[in-house]
Design a protein around this ligand. Structure first.
Ligand SMILES: N[C@@H](CCC[C@H](N)C(=O)O)C(=O)O
Length: 288
C-alpha cells in the first residue's frame, strides 16, 4: 500500500564518477530545484547505508553568462569545500559529454574555471591562481607560509597554500612510514588552521615527480586529491624541489600538474563514470 506522504516524495537522479578513485556523487540541478540539507549529505555519503562518496558535486544553472554551469562541492562530513580539482574534472567531463563538446567553463567559489578534453580523453582544468599570504590560507597567526611554524609528529614545517581551499603540505623522506589516518585528524583540526585544512604529505621522487597522500578536510584519507596535488606542486616549486611541470603520483593514479611560479595551476588527468541511480525519499530525508 502506498504511504500517505507519497505525493511529497523527491526523486533525485545522480551519477557516480571518480577521478583516480577520488569519488563523487554528482547531482545535476540545472533544470530542477532540488533541496537537501547536511543530514541528507552525510546519509548519502555513508558507504554502508548510502551510496558513498568523498565529495558531493552539485551542478546548478549559472547566472554568469560566461559560465556553462555553476559548481559547488560538499565533503562527506557535510561541510562545504571551496574547491575540488578532481570533482571539477569529473563535472566538466559530464557536461562536455551531455553537449558533445570539448571545452567548458564553470563558475565556482574560487572563480571561473575552464576545462578542456584532450585528444587522449584526459580532462585538463585551469585551477585558480594559488594564494600564499597567511591571511588567505587562512592561518591563525602571521607567518611565512613557506615555513609554517608547526612542528608535530616529527614532521618538518609545512608549506601552506590556498587553492580555493586551504592546504598544508609536509615534505617527507619516507611516505610509507607515516600512519596518516592516525595523525591526519590532529593536523586537519590544528588551531593554526581556523577553517581546518587539507593535509598533504609529499615525497620528492625527482625534479619532475613527487608522491603524495592527502588527508582531506571533511573526508579523511582519499585515493587522490586534485587541489592537494596542485598545492603540493606549488609548495615544491616554491621550495625549489621540482620544476614547473610535475607528475604527481597518488594512491589512485597520476595527475600532471603545471605551474609557472605565478598565475593559474593546470591539472590534467583521467575521469571515469561508475554508475547512475536514483535517490528517493520524503523532503530531505532520502532513502538510497
Ligand atoms: N578531493 C578534492 C578536494 C575536496 C575538498 C577538500 N576536502 C576541502 O574541504 O577543501 C580535490 O580533488 O581537490
Amino acid at each position: 500500500m502506498a504511504k500517505p506522504y507519497r505525493a511529497a516524495m523527491q526523486r533525485i537522479p545522480f551519477i557516480k564518477m571518480h577521478g583516480l578513485g577520488n569519488d563523487f556523487v554528482l547531482i545535476d540541478r540545472r533544470e530542477k530545484v532540488l533541496e537537501f540539507d547536511a543530514a541528507f549529505v552525510t546519509r548519502i555519503a555513508d558507504r554502508h547505508r548510502g551510496v558513498g562518496f568523498d565529495q558531493l558535486v552539485i551542478l546548478d544553472a549559472s547566472a554568469d553568462a560566461d559560465a556553462d554551469a555553476r559548481i559547488n562541492f560538499l565533503n562527506s562530513d557535510g561541510s562545504l569545500a571551496g574547491a575540488c580539482g578532481n570533482g571539477t574534472r569529473c563535472a566538466a567531463r559530464y557536461l562536455m559529454d551531455q553537449s558533445a563538446i570539448d571545452e567548458i567553463s564553470l563558475a565556482s567559489g574560487s572563480g571561473l574555471l575552464r576545462a578542456v578534453r584532450l585528444a587522449d580523453g584526459q580532462i585538463k582544468v585551469g585551477m585558480t591562481e594559488p594564494r600564499l599570504a597567511w591571511r588567505d590560507i587562512p592561518l591563525a597567526q602571521p607567518c611565512d607560509t613557506l615555513h609554517v611554524p608547526l612542528r608535530l609528529f616529527g614532521l618538518g614545517e609545512p608549506v601552506a597554500v590556498n587553492m580555493g581551499n586551504p592546504h598544508a603540505v609536509f615534505f617527507v623522506d619516507d611516505l610509507d612510514s607515516l600512519d596518516i589516518p592516525a595523525i591526519g585528524p590532529t593536523l586537519e583540526r590544528h588551531p593554526m588552521f581556523p577553517e581546518r585544512a587539507n593535509i598533504g604529505f609529499a615525497q620528492i621522487v625527482s625534479h619532475e615527480a613527487l608522491r603524495l597522500r592527502v588527508f582531506e578536510r571533511g573526508a579523511g584519507l582519499t585515493l587522490a586529491c586534485g587541489s592537494g596535488a596542485c598545492a603540493a606542486v606549488v609548495a615544491a616549486v616554491r621550495r625549489e624541489l621540482v620544476g614547473p611541470a610535475c607528475q604527481v603520483q597518488l594512491d589512485g593514479g597520476e595527475l600532471s600538474i603545471a605551474w609557472a611560479g605565478a598565475g593559474p595551476v593546470f591539472m590534467t588527468g583521467p575521469t571515469a563514470y561508475s554508475f547512475e541511480g536514483m535517490l528517493v525519499g520524503e523532503g530531505n530525508h532520502v532513502d538510497v
